[in-house]
Design a binder for this molecule. Structure first.
Ligand SMILES: [Zn+2]
Ligand SMILES: [Zn+2]
Length: 213
């Protein structure tokens, strides 16, 4: 079980996202994990500009520097030791040996970045991948199938297959299809382990009531 779960460090590495957007992502995480996370500390980790970084190494560096429950958001490509070329670059990952998860924004950039709408989509994607990785920090596991939540969007833990869609398709179908609320199964797990059931049920209810359709 995650220790000191209620406080999350959100660390920006690189400069693809503005500080105010980082705050927006932090606020989004706070809203989706309301009752579980109640404090977000934003920081910027100065590092040389690199094309790619080893995902596990990055989690270890962040663990040493920030310690505790941490999410790193980098604009470098995250590499893994996977021999399969398709999987050796990832959108996000979590180190099971510490409480650090990392997200790469590199593949989340829309093809065009000419309007504020594109930038908003980019931040929205970063938030959704962040929710997934923070979910792993709390012990949630991937849904191989597309699990819908009560608001009709996919649970943030939905994974699907890269191979089936290719990267661009995967991001459009799986990442953009994810919502901000977790499915009943995930909520039940979080309530069993961390005991925040009522607040989660209320969150789902609020989301339904505020949905326009
Ligand atoms: Zn996952
Ligand atoms: Zn779920």
């Amino acid at each position: 079980m995650l220790k000191r779960a209620s406080k999350l460090n959100v660390v920006r590495i690189g400069s693809d996202i503005t500080y105010s957007s980082l705050k927006k992502i932090g606020d989004g995480i706070l809203a989706s994990f309301r009752g579980l996370i109640n404090e977000i500390n934003l920081s910027h980790h100065a590092s040389p500009v690199v094309e790619s970084v080893d995902a596990q190494l990055l989690t270890m560096i962040l663990d040493e520097e920030y310690s505790g429950h941490t999410l790193g958001i980098t604009d470098a490509d995250l590499k893994t030791q996977d021999e399969d070329e398709f999987y050796n670059s990832i959108l996000g990952g979590k180190n099971p040996r510490n409480d650090v998860a990392v997200v790469s924004t590199k593949k989340l950039l829309p093809l065009k970045m000419s309007s504020s709408k594109h930038y908003e989509l980019f931040i929205d994607r970063t938030l959704k991948v962040s929710l997934h990785e923070v979910g792993h920090n709390f012990g949630l596991t991937d849904h191989a199938s597309y699990r819908q939540t009560r608001d009709g969007s996919l649970c943030p833990m939905s994974r699907g297959e890269f191979n089936k869609f290719g990267y661009r398709g995967y991001i459009k179908i799986i990442i953009d299809g994810r919502g901000l609320n977790f499915c009943d199964e995930c909520v039940d797990f979080l309530s069993k382990v961390y005991g925040f059931r009522r607040r989660y049920k209320k969150l789902l209810k609020d989301a339904l009531e505020s949905s326009p359709n």
